[in-house]
Design a protein around this ligand. Sequence first.
Ligand SMILES: Cc1ncc(C[n+]2csc(CCOP(=O)(O)OP(=O)(O)O)c2C)c(N)n1
Length: 325
Amino acid sequence: MTEQKDRELYYWLCLVREFESRISALDKQGKLSGGVYSGKGQEAVTVGFCHALRKDDWIFPLHRDLGAFLVKGSDPKRLMAQIFGRRDGFSKGKDSYLHGGDMGNGIFGATSMLGATLPVAAGMAFKFKARGEDSVAVAFFGEGASSRGDVHEAMNFAGVHRLPVVFVCENNFYAYSTPNNLQFAADSLAERARGYGFKGEIVNGNDLHSVLDSARKAIARARKGEGPTLVECKTYRYHGHSEHDRAEYREQEEVITWESRDPVMLWEVYLGMKKHDVEAIRTETAEKVRRVVEEAVAFAEASPPPEGPEAMDDLYAMPIDTEVP
Ligand SMILES: Cc1ncc(C[n+]2csc(CCOP(=O)(O)OP(=O)(O)O)c2C)c(N)n1
């Protein structure tokens, strides 16, 4: 990889982390309404997959995938306005940040029902195939969501029709407080793919190299018409389920073990092994991402909340003036 690529990927990892850290702080300051579901610790998954995509590809993020918005191309200012519930957000302040999609950048909004976006991703991939387009759909979900029937239906349909979709499971070992051994009885989630007739693999979700490698291969397979892939990324969320959850169901030793495999730190080790000046890159990148996040917060705070009558905007499609043949 070129030095420029190495630095670019580091920038994305750091931007996602800074953005999420700031949101957690804003939440503690009481400036946000709605839940905050930090993906801190899981950055390599969203950065790795979204970096490997084109603009005309679509992603289907869930509640912990804020980083996916940033890397797929969302304007950080509009994303922050969405989180603040302001008029300049994607949903114009009428929605919690979780449900806002960014249609212009190929990002479908999440639904509250876990896993319900996976059949939509399969449907989008069906459309790509039917129209002969070579775009790809990437659906993110947690191992908790994997227990839902929707997930089975989406994967079965995608397998039958060999659709250009990649299913990315972020296995962070807990669905709220439910650990893996109470979530599924199989050795892994990736092995379910065999039952659907496509490839499944397990990836170290904290190692950006492994994620990128797997993402590129799965996306290329989908683009070439070789069907779906299920990638199970083993990773860990540092925070609780949301900011109010102290996650006391986890052992401190376990948390520390995962923190020692931090995705940003691992990328710094890689930069160092390539004899880049890590200290200088870290300082320069920290300044850059701090500025982006500062500007996003200032923009969001200056954006007005929607006024009463706006509550009715965008609720119904306008009638299309068509001539009946
Ligand atoms: C069908 C459904 N059941 C329960 C919930 C409540 N809920 C929201 S997030 C969550 C945990 C999800 O865990 P997982 O899918 O592993 O994702 P993670 O939060 O670990 O990223 C739960 C139980 C929900 N939103 N939808």
